[in-house]
Design a protein around this ligand. Structure first.
Ligand code: IMP
Length: 196
């Protein structure tokens, strides 16, 4: 690792906040601004894995630094896996998280099968080699949004084994069980194993 620093290839401040909390004191994580890279990274793959790889490869190929990126999708069983890789722009370009949630709830109106999962892939490029780490959080889609924490689809996602949505949990509680938390812990385990 260059000077023990990894660049997190994302422009999403919510992801930066969550991931920094998980890596604090373990690794020094830099952002795209530290290498003068624009925040809009290419994300044109038809899969979550592909988008994670594409963003990390872009940064490595153009800036030559060790880096990782992350891509996440909400996969709803009754919607055949939608919004999936289109989670960010489900309601259309320029629409926000509220629009995306509203569209999910409209499409799920009258649907009894509420099963859904968040799927995250982290792509790490270290010394030119690529490694992938996955995280999955299983749960259900609520009928009505609830909670103000988290971001994105959190107010309508209730993780299995909980009676609250992700948006009603504390940051620490969400990190302990979330898709992103799981993938980051696998990343940490891999990186720490290299030092032993
Ligand atoms: P992307 O990985 O940046 O493409 O984000 C995909 C979409 O999923 C965005 O609309 C995010 O707001 C949403 N999203 C990503 N992670 C989470 C999460 O942990 N909770 C809720 N929504 C999320």
């Amino acid at each position: 690792m260059n000077g023990n620093r990894l660049i997190f290839a994302t422009g999403n401040p919510n992801k930066i906040r969550e991931v920094h909390e998980l890596l604090e004191g373990i690794f020094e994580v830099g952002g795209l601004q530290d290498i003068g890279c624009p925040f809009d990274l290419p994300e044109t793959s038809p899969t979550i894995e592909g988008n994670a790889q594409q963003k990390a490869r872009y940064v490595f190929e153009n800036y030559g630094v060790d880096c990782f990126s992350e891509d996440t999708g909400l996969e709803i069983e009754a919607l055949n896996g939608e919004p999936g890789v289109n989670s960010a722009h489900f309601a259309g370009e320029g629409r926000n998280a509220q629009d995306n949630m509203d569209l999910v709830l409209r499409k799920m109106a009258g649907e009894a099968n509420r099963k859904a999962r968040f799927y995250t892939v982290i792509a790490l490029i270290l010394n030119g080699e690529e490694h992938l780490f996955e995280g999955i959080a299983e749960g259900t889609i609520r009928h009505v949004p609830s909670g103000i924490g988290g971001f994105g689809y959190d107010p309508i996602f209730q993780p299995n084994g909980f009676e609250h949505t992700f948006a009603e949990l504390t940051k620490q509680e969400k990190n302990e069980i979330s898709h992103r938390g799981q993938a980051v812990r696998k990343l940490v385990k891999f990186l720490t194993s290299l030092n032993h």
